[in-house]
Design a protein around this ligand. Structure first.
Ligand SMILES: NC(=O)c1ccc[n+]([C@@H]2O[C@H](COP(=O)([O-])OP(=O)(O)OC[C@H]3O[C@@H](n4cnc5c(N)ncnc54)[C@H](O)[C@@H]3O)[C@@H](O)[C@H]2O)c1
Length: 346
């Protein structure tokens, strides 16, 4: 590829790539990329994401590098957007070469974030959920919900799901979208009803407050909680008492202490990082009675893995365009001359 142009994957391209490969296969392959990058955790620059908070939501930058490739994602979280017909979460991202600093790829990441979040949740559950898990409750049936369901089906074989959302229209949408994907679906009238008989509970709601989607009485022994929606200061989903009964697994502790469910706990409350479990350096589930909690907020290495996966797939597809992103004067120091010569044809 020429150095002055950069492949760009639009939303339309992303949809074509994912549909060509198949959603479930993408989720399985993404899960492997996330696991591979978590296994080489020590190679990466790691920092809590840079967040700009407002009354309505948050805009965040999520950078990381493995020493050869640098990546970042721009992402927002605006729970009130839905009332204006806008999405809660949108994103785009970049990979760049560390040796030259030149960008290697730009991509939409709204779809890619939903896919990588679901793949990461399933990776965590693969290590933490009870081995005989067969039913998952999904509380919050918005944009992320179907991706979560499909990742747990593709990666853990979960086909029984119970759905609950405060807005029945969201649940109807979710049932409609998942109907032809081989699920046995139950619609619940409350979160309490949804978690009945579920060995895995996914909370994926959006509300900018200390919410209590799950109360202590709703979580029995042995359950794995996949808590996705509490991902900002002042935005949580679980009652604190559940945290006190759980073994807690996080992505990057310094970021999760600020953004995750554990912002409700003392700053030295013990947690394990998921990469340690994957690399065999920490224990995951150790007993059938244990309550395990994946306190997910989303970490830059997951986006890096997703962009790396996408870049590898670009070799087999024409679903991208080349963007004229980098000025390319014949003499690298003659940027001004390049501009003046352009008068002849601009
Ligand atoms: N951890 C991560 O990596 C990660 C990644 C992406 C999104 N998220 C978070 O996941 C959440 C969901 O994202 P989305 O894009 O699906 O949002 P969305 O707005 O599309 O859907 C959220 C749904 O939650 C429902 N809801 C709100 N309060 C509820 C309650 N008390 N009980 C039941 N349902 C309730 C809403 O009606 C809505 O249907 C957001 O908070 C987002 O910030 C986290």
């Amino acid at each position: 590829m020429p150095l002055n142009t950069v492949p760009f994957v639009s939303v339309d391209h992303m949809m074509r790539i994912v549909l060509d490969i198949g959603v479930e296969r993408v989720l399985v392959e993404l899960a492997d990329y996330v696991e591979d990058d978590f296994r080489r955790w020590d190679c990466f620059d790691k920092t809590p994401r840079v967040a700009s908070h407002s009354r309505e939501g948050v805009i965040e930058l999520m950078p990381t590098s493995d020493g050869e490739v640098y990546g970042f994602k721009y992402v927002n979280g605006h729970p009130s957007n839905m009332q204006r017909g806008l999405q809660t979460v949108t994103a785009f991202g970049v990979l760049a070469a560390v040796d030259s600093g030149y960008p290697l790829m730009l991509s939409e990441m709204t779809l890619l974030t939903a896919l990588r979040t679901a793949a990461t949740s399933a990776v965590a559950a693969r290590h933490l959920a009870p081995a005989d898990a067969h039913r998952m409750a999904i509380i919050g049936n918005g944009a992320q919900a179907e991706f979560q369901a499909l990742a747990f089906k593709a990666i853990l074989g979960i086909t029984e799901i119970s759905l609950y959302d405060i807005d029945p229209a969201a649940t109807r949408k979710c049932v409609g979208n998942l109907r032809s994907h081989g699920f046995d679906i139950r619609v619940a009238n409350s979160a309490e009803e949804a978690v009945q008989g579920a060995q895995i509970v996914t909370t994926v709601t959006a509300d900018k407050q200390y919410a209590t989607i799950l109360t202590d009485n709703m979580i029995g022994s042995g359950v794995h909680i996949n808590a996705i929606g509490g991902d900002c200061p002042g935005k949580t989903e679980l009652h604190r008492d559940i945290l006190l009964r759980s073994s807690i697994f996080v992505e990057f502790t310094p970021q999760t202490r600020i953004e995750g469910e554990i912002q409700q706990l003392a700053p030295d409350h013990p947690v394990s990082e998921l990469w340690e479990v994957i690399a065999g350096r920490a224990e995951g589930r150790t007993s059938p009675d244990q309550i395990t909690l994946f306190d997910s907020v989303g970490f830059a290495i997951e986006d890096f893995a997703a962009l790396r996966y996408l870049r590898d797939r670009l070799a087999d597809t024409r679903h991208f365009v080349e963007l004229d992103m980098i000025a390319d004067p014949d003499d690298p120091r003659d940027l001004f001359g390049m501009l003046m010569r352009a008068r002849e044809y601009c």
